[in-house]
Design a protein around this ligand. Structure first.
Ligand SMILES: Nc1nc2c(ncn2[C@@H]2O[C@H](COP(=O)(O)OP(=O)(O)OP(=O)(O)O)[C@@H](O)[C@H]2O)c(=O)[nH]1
Ligand SMILES: [Mg+2]
Length: 651
């Protein structure tokens, strides 16, 4: 059976979860559509999602339409959870972008549309909420054309718009407006149409399919996720016009896009691109040791069912693999990664009751495993948890999760702008085994070099394979990554390549008549603990530069306020790139350090009588010039004092 992995994506509250529920009902998977407002949907299954009526985690369900099996991925719309959407897009075959026909194109619609285009995901629009007062399908069609630069092909018309009785009527593929749109991108259809010869439905369908796959045209359906109007038609379009995921032969290749826990423990969710993965197969992730798959559950219309294997194209929840989000099995197809904006704020999490410190860390460690944004920083003396944030809702959600799941009440202190450190030059360092007070049974050399912006951290074993047991290479990488979470100025270091240039270990040994003896044999911890010492001196040599997030801003200013507002922006370090006059307003756009945004937001209402609206989005990181945003105190031993490190982390 053909299989389609379909994402449902949109701005917050556009109706993704309601539409997912309605599709389940339409396909006969549930006998009654669940409701977001009553907390009875299948995909908003976390307590917190049901209480708040918002989606926090992407969730998969499955339906069958004719010969086509569809995995539906319902995603969150709130910008605080954009990272979750980013992870989901990486494993999809196609997407439905839901746009409310009342609110129209919203900021997150634009962000998600750009991501879909960049990754090349074939898309269908669903113009939702035609049953609500204020709905205007023509307006939203024009908006997606102008604001998104998309070419929608509207395949339905609506009657009774804005009322509960609104109905949607299909438009035939050989109808004039459809053919006109398709003729724009298909020469064969254009040739017949322009010479007034009849255009056959099957030719239009073929041309339309091709244009959807190439993302030249976007089929659009209108309707209501609540009354079900237009949803049947959406199903037809999905089955008829979208390209199915191809199932390729070959060795298994997959991408891990989520991690969660159920009553039986930890599961990793992966999409298999090619081959087949069976229970008891041993799988290697990165440079680690091969680990056996102990259980496979595949998403099927009846639910998540335990199976002996998962095959190419499918999504499965797998137990046994210590995989992290974003890791790959085998060699997956290269997709254009799209980076949504990184979190630009950070805060320290503390337990309200100091006695719950350990319980808090245990809980946060699990949440960090499920959400890579929860950035836990620990050291021996003073445990502290720092999380990177997109916004206030994310904070609330984390606090509620900690209380619901682990019974720990937490509070946040000191929300700060999250800067990064970039490596300035090149630095090398080496620690030899048992020399100069090195207490660990390991020798290690590392070279750190600057890499282009956006590169992230790349670790290269750099030595011939087999020279060092894989477990020691993995432990070194772990130690390197942990050390880079705090650079010389206390910010995470990124955009660099770290190469292992030397290594030495003592093989497993035992004394006569005894078992393995750790005191005379190297263990993984020796490499994990030595790595930060070598990183610290290599970084000292390379040098780092603190960079702060810079936002792009847009603001419309009433004419009489222009002078005072521009003066304020200038004082706060803004750079104006563009201005345009529109009506009585001056549209101003430019860039501004994130750290200054709150001050502009606070001052605008008074300066403009509440008339100006400022929108900002992350743009890039730039070296701090002038006043550095406040930073968290650096934790752990002084990076320039090796002995202090050796004392702090004894062997
Ligand atoms: N009248 C009407 N209301 C709708 C429709 N679709 C969704 N709603 C309502 O809009 C609100 C948001 O719907 P959801 O389905 O939770 O939207 P969502 O896109 O999943 O929201 P997030 O996951 O939080 O981003 C709920 O109160 C729904 O009942 C529709 O077609 N018509
Ligand atoms: Mg939702």
């Amino acid at each position: 059976m053909a299989l389609l992995n379909l994402g449902i994506v949109a701005h917050v509250d556009a109706g993704k979860t309601s539409l997912t529920e309605r599709l389940l009902y339409e396909a006969g998977a549930v006998s009654e559509p669940g409701s977001v407002d009553a907390g009875t949907t299948r995909t908003d299954s976390m307590d917190l999602e049901r209480r708040r009526g918002i989606t926090i985690r992407a969730a998969v369900t499955s339906i069958t339409i004719g010969d086509l099996s569809i995995n539906l991925l319902d995603t969150p719309g709130h910008p605080d959870f954009i990272a979750e959407v980013e992870r989901s897009l990486a494993v999809l075959d196609a997407a439905v972008l839901v746009v409310s026909s009342v609110e129209g194109v919203q900021p997150q619609t634009v962000a998600i549309w750009r991501a879909l285009r960049r990754i090349g995901v074939p898309t269908v629009f669903f113009f939702n909420k035609v049953d609500r007062g204020g709905a205007d399908v023509d307006r939203v069609t024009a908006q997606v054309r102008h604001r998104l630069g998309a070419r929608p092909v509207l395949l339905g018309t609506v009657t009774g718009q804005g009322r509960r009785e609104a109905r949607v009527h299909p438009v035939d593929l050989d109808a004039e407006p459809v053919v006109a749109e398709v003729a724009e991108v298909d020469d064969a259809v254009a040739a017949r149409w322009l010479t007034d010869r009849p255009v056959r439905v099957r030719d239009v369908r073929r041309a339309l399919r091709r244009a959807v796959r190439r993302a030249e045209l976007v089929p659009a359906v209108c309707g209501s996720a609540i009354t079900g109007a237009g949803v049947r038609q959406l199903c037809d379009v999905l089955a008829d016009l979208l390209p199915y995921g191809e199932a390729r032969d070959g060795p298994p290749a997959g991408t891990v896009f989520a991690v969660d826990r159920d009553g039986h423990g930890r599961r990793v969710w992966l999409r298999l691109w090619s081959g087949r993965l069976r229970v008891r197969d041993r799988v290697r992730l990165g440079d680690g040791r091969p680990e056996p798959v102990t259980e496979i559950a595949v998403i099927e219309p009846e639910g998540v069912l335990v199976r002996r294997s998962v095959s190419a194209g499918q999504i499965a929840a797998v137990r046994g693999l210590p995989a992290r989000i974003g890791q790959h099995i085998g060699d997956p197809p290269r997709r254009h990664a799209y980076r949504f904006p990184p979190p630009t704020r950070q805060a320290v999490v503390e337990p309200v009751d100091p006695a719950q410190r350990l319980a808090m860390f245990a809980g946060l460690a699990e949440l960090a495993d499920e959400d890579p944004l929860v950035d836990l920083r620990l050291d021996e003396q003073q445990a502290e948890a720092v999380i990177r944030l997109h916004g206030e809702v994310q904070k609330e959600v984390l606090a509620a999760l900690m209380e619901d799941r682990y019974g720990v009440r937490v509070r946040f202190s000191g929300t700060l702008t999250a800067c990064i450190e970039r490596v300035a030059g090149t630095g090398s360092a080496e620690e030899r085994v048992r020399e100069r007070g090195n207490p660990y049974l390991a020798g290690l050399g590392l070279r750190i070099e600057a890499a282009p912006a956006g590169h992230g951290i790349e670790f290269r074993p750099g030595i011939e394979p087999g020279r060092l047991p894989p477990a020691f290479v993995a432990a070194t990488e772990e130690g390197v990554r942990a050390a880079l979470r705090q650079g010389r100025h206390g910010w995470p270091v990124t955009d660099c390549t770290v190469t292992m240039t030397a290594s030495r270990y003592w093989p497993r040994q035992s004394r006569p008549h005894q078992k393995f003896d750790k005191s005379i044999s190297t263990v993984a911890a020796d490499f994990r603990n030595l790595a930060p010492v070598v990183v610290a001196s290599a970084l000292r040599q390379a040098g780092t530069r603190v960079c702060q997030p810079i936002e792009r801003f847009d603001v419309d200013l009433p004419r009489h306020t222009v002078e005072t507002v521009l003066a304020l922006l200038g004082r706060l370090g803004a750079v104006v790139h563009d201005t345009a006059v529109a009506g009585g307003y001056l549209e101003v756009s430019g860039t501004l350090p994130s750290a200054r945004v709150p001050r502009v937001v606070a001052a605008l209402p008074d300066l403009t009588g509440g008339e100006a609206v400022l929108t900002t989005t992350f743009d890039h990181y730039a070296p701090v010039t002038g006043e550095e945003p406040p930073r968290l105190p650096r934790r752990g031993p002084d990076p320039d004092d090796r002995e202090a490190w050796f004392r702090a982390v004894p062997r």
